[in-house]
Design a binder for this molecule. Structure first.
Ligand SMILES: [Zn+2]
Length: 313
């Protein structure tokens, strides 16, 4: 059977049941007063699907309250289709494509995409390289940061005018984490690495100056000298993170052109999420969508906060 023919992708009631089983695995919790397991389904003719009434505070509620689905008029089974599509497409999916596939307006598609990205944003704050694992660190430049005047831009060189992204890949767990940074000074880079990487980790970087003093903060620091033509001496290499960047760049170039700086962290969250939950670490499309669904609670991104910054007309 095709995954897409499952009932929760077509039937609104099944979609509610599917989400309810994940948000309330042990019983319904009233989002208004927090009362557990003291509510009943409203079955009136005009009652909307999935509405319950709390016996404690007498207020009605649905599973959408407090999740990325709250105050959205899009049907829940369409949301589930959207989550599946975003999780199953290796390089990401544009708002335009979601708009055409799901039959929603472009503006709605754009909003759905950002809310799903918000659900994908890491909740796992465990440090990389715990227990002495290997962490590869590198930076990349993408798009165009219009807040910075170009330098060397006309000659086709320089990166000052581009968005700067610092990424880490934990070679043992296969996880990736990316952060937007304003510049590449040690004073900017090192505190971020300290925040995300365990002190006992073994770090691998290229010879860039901003990584020069990492040995002060971490157990080991190995440097791959690309200028000398070194691309890996046995286990000392940065090939994993370079592979991550190549997927990343295909995604950013092909799908998210002209991404603005204030949204970049959400796209990065999506790319990190998909990489950290990829097939190579044993997670297939459906399981990946399940993981994303776990992030829907407590991730309300109000329409107003994103709408102001909407990049589509
Ligand atoms: Zn209540």
């Amino acid at each position: 059977m095709s995954i897409l023919s499952k009932p929760h992708f077509h039937d609104e009631e099944a979609a509610y049941e599917f989400v309810e089983a994940r948000v309330w695995p042990d019983g319904r919790v009233c989002p208004h007063c927090g009362t557990f397991d003291q509510s009943g389904k409203l079955k009136g003719k005009s009652t909307r699907i999935g509405t319950y009434k709390c016996y404690a505070c007498r207020k009605p509620f649905t599973v959408k309250i407090g999740t990325i689905f709250e105050s959205s008029h899009v049907k829940l089974h369409i949301w589930l289709q959207a989550i599946f599509l975003v999780c199953a497409s290796k390089k990401g999916i544009s708002a335009n494509q979601l708009h055409r596939t799901l039959g929603v307006t472009l503006k709605t598609a754009w909003f759905i995409g950002h809310r799903i990205r918000e659900a994908m944003r890491g909740r796992d704050h465990a440090p990389f390289g715990a227990g002495g694992g290997v962490v590869e660190v590198d930076e990349t430049f993408i798009g165009r940061d219009y807040s910075v005047k170009p330098r060397g831009y006309l000659r086709g060189r320089g990166y000052a005018h581009k968005h700067k992204v610092l990424s880490l890949v934990d070679r043992d767990t296969g996880r990736a984490r990316s952060v937007v940074i304003d510049d590449l000074k040690s004073a900017t880079v090192v505190p971020i690495l300290r925040e995300h990487i365990a002190p006992e980790a073994r770090i691998m970087t290229d010879e860039a100056g901003h990584y020069r003093y990492l040995i002060r903060d971490f157990a080991k620091h190995y440097v791959v000298r690309h200028t000398r033509g070194e691309y890996g001496l046995g286990p000392v290499h940065t090939n994993t993170i370079e592979g991550f960047f190549s997927i990343f760049k295909r995604g950013m170039k092909g799908v998210y052109q002209r991404c603005r700086k204030q949204h970049l962290h959400r796209y990065l969250a999506e790319l990190d999420f998909r990489y950290s939950h990829r097939s190579a670490v044993g997670i297939e499309d459906e399981a990946r969508a399940e993981r994303a669904l776990r992030g829907i609670v407590g991730r309300r991104l109000t329409y107003r906060t994103t709408h102001r910054q909407i990049g589509v007309q």
